[in-house]
Design a protein around this ligand. Structure first.
Ligand code: NDP
Length: 684
């Protein structure tokens, strides 16, 4: 099958320069890949001039809806992707991680974006920063989509997930993407991409696909473009040194090979649950995807006295793995992606054996393969090495055997365990298996600066923990140093990688109109009638309501204390209250102020306000004393649609005393019915 590229709104088929991709299972040719003759400037122009404007015309929520629709579309067609993906050597379970994992990532990003981003084209980052005494000058950080293209260069090991986890945040940000899959498994990415185009869900120009090399595309990038790369450290270094990338400060997000570690705590004995959990995780890591995961545990760090026990238990477990044709039932471990990859792994093992001994597996022997052809396929049985002196060794921390390979490393003290893990000089993830709180805490804090993610497993989270090798959409994926220094995903952080953060300074009014979020000092319009009479659509940002005022008496305070049981001395004891540096005498409860404030602005009739959803950013700024009178200003700060039936309204609430001093501020969140769904009492 000749793979085509999708560029400039049409499929492009090269006529020469093809690379033949062979099946990892039986050596059959499964794809011909070439992009020769492709006009890379046209690809970039199409993204910048057609895809970008189309995406930027939509709000975050509209883009997130498209991502959800796409996830549903792909989910209904995934069996086809599974069928194609077996030839990469991956089992059905492995492909679940790639295919279902990719689709789930789309769903996760869509949902996060609709919950955490506004239904707008601009997002704000952080709170308003007041910059003047008179209140006429302030600042806000806003996020706007870059005007260029996102160039996604993916590794061979996760052709579907790698593509989708990068696409979701870029498209939600409003930046069009150009996907370049790794040649070796491009046919899987192609099958998924064909469906993306066939669905017609995404705006024209928002995604393009290059099957084969990207030629001089990187030379044409500007500071408005972003490169997100996954693959080897060597390729990352090469691409990052492209003159245009350095010259134009092109954002380059790199996620590259790393020598991830799992540490068995010094407290763990053979009979402890953490021992079994550790062994199971290491075995699972090196057999899943035949160990070709960027997160795979390459270094299993073990107390010296436990090395023999771990070796015995791990090898017993690996004995149970069944290597063979990934399509066959009962096979638990498939092939490497290619014979070339297997040669690379064998060469890496040869380098490691100078510092560690092989204690399980024989890389020189032909593996036993169930229902497959050991000569034509790229099969390789697991290999475990053992290193007694990891702190006196180099290569065990630098050479990545990207296959079913791990090295057991002995340590004597906690500090040594930390130092060994950190010798990887930056990794994507490390796991800690310990039930000893001080040891686990020390390990986590000791290794955190060198890792993008740290998983702590013990008997209490054993059943629900998501695993060492599983990057999750809400969590950061990426690590410092050798791991590339980049970050992907991490929820909305991943979306912001494709946006520019700008500190805008000006009047509160300017900041409110630019950001779409009302802030104190910006103009207020008087709301018609009562604020709780209005449906979601009826409310406009900036609409304000001032309540009547209400005096708070000592009797109120005493009644509140008696009713709630809150008899904190500052409310009940004049002398004790005066002893606090904050009070001149007895003060009203903060909760009383909140409750009375609500009493001033709520409405008792059934209406569009469906529920109080919570308070945020609450601050009590001035004590309210008996005899003070409070009144409330309620302003529509932001509106976020949630469902067709209702949306969230964020009200800026300010409680003033009789001198117009601010006693309290907070954001109140209400769920407001849309006009068509305002509840009414049934008339009997
Ligand atoms: P590579 O670094 O070789 O390739 C990664 C991506 O970069 C591929 O899409 C590749 O395309 C592309 N690429 C390579 N050269 C260029 C270039 N000059 N210009 C533009 N794009 C380029 O990684 P592989 O996926 O082939 O894996 C090789 C090794 O990388 C593995 O053995 C493993 O050690 C490591 N690896 C690490 C991963 C991690 O995340 N930790 C993940 C996957 C691999 P093409 O395929 O067309 O060459």
């Amino acid at each position: 099958m000749k793979l085509r590229s999708y560029v400039g709104g049409a499929w492009y088929e090269a006529s020469e320069g093809f690379v033949r991709v062979l099946s990892a299972v039986d050596g059959r040719a499964v794809a011909l890949v070439s992009s020769q003759g492709l006009d890379t400037q046209r690809v970039l122009d199409y993204a910048r001039k057609t895809g970008g404007p189309a995406l930027r015309a939509l709000t975050f929520h509209q883009r997130a809806e498209l991502i959800k629709a796409l996830a549903l579309h792909l989910d209904q067609r995934k069996e086809r992707f599974y069928e194609v993906a077996y030839d990469t050597g991956a089992t059905r379970k492995d492909n679940f991680v790639d295919i279902d994992g990719g689709i789930m990532t789309l769903f996760a990003f869509s949902s996060k974006a609709r919950r955490e981003l506004p239904d707008a084209r601009v997002a704000v980052d952080g709170a308003l920063e007041p910059l003047s005494k008179g209140g006429t000058f302030a600042a806000r950080h806003i996020m706007t989509p870059l005007r260029g293209a996102a160039v996604h260069i993916n590794a061979y090991n996760f052709p579907a997930w790698g593509m989708l986890e990068k696409l979701a945040p870029a498209l939600i940000a409003g930046v069009p993407a150009i996907v370049k899959p790794a040649t070796q498994t491009a046919y899987v990415a192609y099958a998924v991409f064909e469906e993306i185009i066939a669905s017609g869900i995404l705006p024209e120009g928002s995604v393009q696909f290059i099957a084969g090399g990207i030629g001089d595309l990187l030379d044409r990038l500007t500071g408005q473009d972003v490169v997100s790369f996954t693959g080897s450290a060597q390729t990352a270094a090469k691409l990052q040194s492209t003159p245009a990338i350095a010259r134009n400060s092109v954002r380059f997000i790199a996620e590259q090979d790393s020598l991830n570690a799992a540490i068995l705590g010094p407290d763990v004995r053979v009979e402890d649950p953490e021992f079994e959990l550790f062994v199971r995780e290491v075995a699972r890591e090196i057999t899943t995807k035949a160990g070709q995961r960027c997160t795979c545990i390459r270094r299993a760090i073990v107390p010296r006295g436990m090395m023999d026990a771990v070796q015995r238990a791990l090898t017993a477990r690996l004995e149970k793995s069944v290597l063979g044709n990934p399509r066959s039932e009962g096979v638990t471990m498939g092939a490497l992606v290619s014979q070339g990859q297997r040669d690379d792994v064998l060469a890496a093992i040869a380098q490691l054996t100078g510092e560690a001994q092989i204690v399980y597996g024989d890389p020189s022997a032909a593996p036993n393969v169930v229902d497959g052809d050991a000569r034509a396929g790229a099969y390789m049985a697991p290999v475990v090495l053992r290193c007694e002196r990891p702190l006196d060794s180099q290569r065990v921390h630098t050479v990545e055997a990207f296959g079913p390979v791990t090295t057991l490393m002995a340590y004597d003290t906690l500090d040594e365990a930390i130092e060994i893990a950190n010798r990887g000089e930056g990794s994507l993830v490390a796991s800690v298996f310990s039930y000893d709180a001080p040891a686990a805490d020390a390990l986590v804090l000791g290794i955190a600066p060198f890792h993008g993610r740290v998983l702590v497993v013990d008997r209490d989270d054993a059943k629900e923990q998501t695993g060492h090798g599983t990057p999750l959409a809400p969590l950061v994926h990426g690590g410092p140093g050798r791991a590339g220094g980049g970050e992907e995903m991490g929820g909305i952080r991943g979306v912001f990688h494709y946006m520019q953060r700008t500190a805008v300074q000006g009047t509160p009014q300017r900041l409110a109109t630019v950001s779409g979020v009302w802030n104190p000092g910006a103009s207020e319009t008087t709301i018609a009638g009562h604020p709780f009479e209005h449906s979601f659509e009826d409310l406009t940002v900036g609409e304000t309501y001032y309540t009547d005022s209400r005096e708070i008496t000592i009797a109120d305070i005493e009644r509140f204390a008696e009713f709630t049981g809150d008899s904190f001395y500052a409310h009940m004891d004049e002398a004790a209250a005066k002893a606090s540096p904050f009070f001149e005498g007895r003060v009203a409860h903060g909760y009383l102020v909140l409750a009375f404030a609500a009493g001033l602005f709520v409405r008792s009739e059934l209406g569009p306000v469906l529920a109080n959803y919570g308070l945020e950013n609450l601050r009590f700024l001035k004590p309210v004393y008996p005899g003070d009178a409070i009144r409330v200003r309620l302003t529509v700060k932001e509106k976020t649609p949630r469902k067709p039936e209702y949306g969230e309204v964020r009200w800026s609430v300010t409680v003033f005393n009789q001198q117009d001093e601010v006693a309290a501020t907070y954001d109140l969140l209400t769920m407001n019915a849309t006009a068509a769904h305002v509840p009414a009492l049934e008339v009997v």
